[in-house]
Design a protein around this ligand. Structure first.
Ligand code: GTP
Ligand code: ZN
Length: 358
């Protein structure tokens, strides 16, 4: 008792296994992430002599003009002569120009799609493209499945909505050019897989609304000075405003690429190079336009003792989520900086399609 893995720990382990290209068991199926399916693993799956299913997200299936009979997931039969490169090409739209001919494919409409849906959600939560290969676990020799992560659908469904708990690990003084009295707090998730940071400027009064920013990580904008977005100038302007007021709290949330990770954001950029906008590029990859969990920001603020903020943002969704999760937003402070000719269309799309305020 107490030493057995919890469902959350098992799922965290399964994400690592999937990223390594290894199989996991979801319900009654062996699952491998399509994006990282190795040739030898695909040959092993084929040698099971059982029907193999490829599950794709609804968005990706739409792009490929494949019928989806099961809501958010589409299932199709893997053709007998398919190679692992075909599977990867089905998963990855950045390969569409290189592999234009993928059909014909037959969608599956019979049977239960629950394992396929949970598999795609799990693969996506591992920050891989939402596409999975499935084989019935009954076709696999028991000795080949004994060391694998076995996940029940109930465990996966409750993990998908569970709010992670973030614990403060360490904090230390960090004098900044924006203000000499800075402090960096590090938070880690209870399953050890995620880290977020809070930068406290001055000594804000916990009983009054604090000037605050929820900043999502953007390696390209924050560090490299990318002109494709406004993140770097927003980060520096927010710190500068807090510095000149003498107080503030900036959360630096590791939700790169609106929660899809840097690799997938760069895939989205590759699609943007082909003419798709920021929202359509996410959809073609199989993601929602915004995969971030803004509840994390509210829980970190409360953990630091803040219950009301003056929020630096142009995004009404951030304000709404904070309010719904117990942090009052007494004022929205607009943050309009860093407009370039390269990001004008990106910012216009956010205003037109994602509800950002101009
Ligand atoms: N998927 C994807 N993410 C992008 C793209 N451009 C920027 N991002 C990411 O978008 C996020 C920007 O988030 P924020 O600036 O915090 O949030 P916002 O929703 O724009 O709201 P405010 O800036 O507060 O108004 C960062 O994680 C970037 O990495 C893109 O084209 N595709
Ligand atoms: Zn950015």
């Amino acid at each position: 008792m107490g030493l057995a893995l919890t469902s959350s720990e098992l799922i965290a382990r399964a994400r690592g296994d999937l990223r390594a290209g290894a199989p996991v068991v979801v319900g009654n199926h062996l699952v491998i992430a399509a994006e990282v399916l190795a040739k030898h693993r695909f040959e092993a799956l084929k040698s099971l002599n059982c029907p193999l299913t490829l599950a794709l997200s609804r968005h990706r299936a739409n792009t490929l003009k494949i019928r989806s009979y099961d809501g958010d997931v589409a299932r199709m039969i893997v053709p007998a002569d398919a190679e692992s490169t075909w599977v990867r090409a089905m998963a990855d739209p950045t390969l569409d120009l290189r592999h234009p001919m993928k059909g014909p494919v037959s969608s599956i409409r019979d049977g239960d799609a629950a394992d396929a849906l949970c598999a795609v959600v799990l693969v996506k939560s591992a920050r891989l493209l939402p596409a999975a290969m499935l084989a019935p676990v009954a076709a696999v020799a028991p000795e080949d499945t004994s060391g694998l992560c076995h996940l029940s659908l109930d465990a996966l469904r409750s993990e998908a909505v569970r709010q992670h708990i973030f614990e403060p690990i360490v904090s230390a003084k960090l004098p900044l050019s924006a203000h000499p009295e800075g402090r960096l707090h590090v938070f880690q998730s209870d399953d050890g897989t995620e880290e977020h940071y809070a930068i406290e400027i001055g000594a804000p009064d916990r009983s009054a609304p604090v000037l605050s920013r929820l900043h999502s990580a953007c390696f390209t904008g924050d560090l490299l000075g990318s002109l494709k977005c406004d993140c770097g100038p927003q980060l520096r302007a927010a710190l500068a405003m807090m510095g000149s007021e003498g107080h503030g709290i900036l959360l630096y949330l590791n939700q790169e690429g609106r929660g899809i990770g840097l690799t997938n954001k760069m895939r989205a950029y590759a699609l943007q190079d082909q003419g798709f906008d920021t929202v359509d590029a996410n959809h073609r990859l199989g993601f929602e336009d915004d995969e971030r969990d803004f509840r994390i920001g509210a829980s970190l603020l409360k953990r630091l003792g803040f219950h009301a903020v003056r929020l630096l943002t142009n995004n009404p969704a951030k304000m709404k989520m904070l309010q719904e999760n117990g942090v009052g937003v007494v004022e929205r402070v607009p943050l309009k900086v860093g407009l370039t000719k390269e990001n004008a269309r990106y910012l216009a799309t956010k205003a037109e399609r994602s509800g950002h305020l101009l």
